[in-house]
Design a protein around this ligand. Structure first.
Ligand SMILES: Cc1cc2nc3c(=O)[nH]c(=O)nc-3n(C[C@H](O)[C@H](O)[C@H](O)COP(=O)(O)OP(=O)(O)OC[C@H]3O[C@@H](n4cnc5c(N)ncnc54)[C@H](O)[C@@H]3O)c2cc1C
Length: 428
């Protein structure tokens, strides 16, 4: 379907690239504007000593229908590796190993596990797909605060060692202030899907997509132009006229780009938040006993780094056994996100060595990757505000929204949001 003229897509992350891909496939003229010098946004891979390490998105889940369709389209299927490993949970100073797919979690009492299953299994069985719209009871669950719900309906152990661990590792949020609806989405992902990653680094997909598109790098969009009707954008390199614009940037980055948001749009953009984190890569000698991919630390014991991952455990021979990624989410991440690199490294190293003195003894920090928009945080009432924000699309006319926050987060949410924004624009 042809649009009436050139389309600008702001942002070359998965949302923007997917929107641009489908627009170009339908014969449209599309320019993608990206402030960075590479495509992929939060899908980011770096080279170290001949190894490729993902320092952004880690998993491609088996229910990512559109992401996997794009993987096939770009002939990358053979690059996918199945991730098969174990996790570790640190509780009361003990390391508990949990093989992936295991139904029994040794760190947690059987009674708490039964309580969790009895509470959430019936809700999960009613939710069959990943999209937001159509979730049974979405808006009711949007009004229930997760930590209060878990404390009242389950128990403290479930809150601290199951709900919190899941929210941190699958949704990068602490449960406090988060809606039950968002937890259900994370839980659904945890129990129903497996995970893959690309051997060449997860950014191989956005890189392949970007190669077929007109992407202008190092070009920051400063404003969306037009009052009632969009007429283009102003960038760090000058103005570009267009008949349609798709914004595919995280919502906090969208807010300053347009002056005349209506009340619902402004309320959502001002209040919707992402978790923040400076991810720290460590290098050095790892003890042979490290035989798990992810390790969750113990908030009750005062640990401030949320979790760690060992890239070599992603799949067989994924990399040399010499790296650790430390994920300081929650208050530590928010405190450190804008600090100088040396301060980030010093604080995270102190916390890491306090939590696992033996494993981290000979590791040194080697780089910091800042993620100011890690995952969207669906705090209380945010799904309802999001639905109102989406209903206000078309004001101004010609402006469409993509980005992971539109579709519940993650790579697949971003891809789906881009596909849908392209469809809406072409149908207009
Ligand atoms: C550390 C980490 C781990 C993750 N793990 C997983 C995982 O295992 N599985 C999973 O599915 N998801 C994971 N995610 C989330 C996933 O990466 C994101 O949901 C998804 O990549 C978001 O894509 P997007 O296109 O919406 O946004 P982004 O990737 O943020 O893309 C937005 C792009 O817009 C650009 N931009 C912003 N403002 C402007 C401007 N004014 N002008 C021009 N360009 C601009 C940015 O530079 C960026 O390239 C993870 C994220 C992080 C940070």
């Amino acid at each position: 379907m042809k649009t009436r003229g050139k389309v600008i897509v702001i942002g070359a992350g998965m949302a923007g690239l997917t929107a641009a891909h489908f627009l170009v496939e339908a014969g449209n003229e599309v320019v993608v504007l990206e402030q960075d010098s590479r495509p992929g946004g939060r899908i980011q891979s770096i080279e170290r000593n001949g190894d490729t390490l993902d320092v952004g998105a880690q998993f491609i889940h088996t229910n990512y229908a559109l992401t996997l369709e794009l993987t096939r389209k770009f002939n990358l299927e053979s690059d996918l590796a199945k991730m098969q490993s174990s996790d570790m949970m640190l509780r009361d100073g003990h390391f508990h190993i949990i093989p992936w797919g295991s139904v029994r979690v040794p760190a947690i009492s059987l009674w708490s596990q039964i309580k969790m299953t009895r509470m959430f299994l019936p809700m999960l069985l009613r939710k069959k797909h990943m999209g937001l719209e159509g979730w049974p009871g979405l808006l009711d669950m949007d009004k229930l605060e997760l930590s209060t719900f878990a404390r009242l309906k389950l128990n403290e152990e479930c809150l601290d060692y199951m709900v919190r661990a899941l929210m941190l590792t699958y949704s990068m949020s602490e449960p406090e202030g988060i809606s039950l609806a968002y937890f259900m989405r994370s839980l659904h992902m945890y129990v129903t899907t497996g995970a893959h990653c690309f051997r060449s680094g997860n950014d191989v997909l956005p890189r392949a997509m970007a190669r077929n598109l007109d992407v202008r790098y190092d070009t920051t969009v400063e404003a969306i132009l037009g009052n009632d009707v969009v007429r283009g954008v102003r960038t760090s390199r000058g103005e570009i006229e267009a008949a349609g614009v798709i914004s595919a940037v995280p919502s906090p980055a969208l807010l300053p780009l347009y002056a005349n948001w209506n009340a619902d749009q402004r309320a959502f953009l001002e209040q919707f938040a992402y978790s923040k984190m400076p991810l720290v890569l460590y290098e050095g000698e790892l003890p042979a006993a490290v035989n798990y991919w992810g390790g969750v630390f113990d908030r009750k014991a005062g640990h401030r780094v949320s979790f760690i991952t060992f890239p070599h455990m992603k799949y067989e021979r994924a990399s040399k056994a010499r790296y650790l990624l430390a994920w300081p989410l929650g208050s530590l991440g928010a405190e450190l996100i804008d600090s100088p690199e040396a301060t980030v490294m010093q604080n995270v190293t102190t916390e890491l060595r306090r939590a696992m003195p033996v494993e981290a003894a000979s590791l040194e920090p080697s780089c910091v990757v800042r993620h100011p928009h890690t995952y969207p945080q669906y705090r209380l009432g945010m799904f309802e505000m999001l639905l109102r924000f989406k209903a206000a699309e078309g004001k101004p006319s010609g402006l469409y929204f993509a980005g992971d926050y539109n579709d519940g987060g993650l790579i697949e949410g971003a891809a789906q949001s881009g596909y849908r924004a392209a469809r809406r624009l072409m149908a207009s």
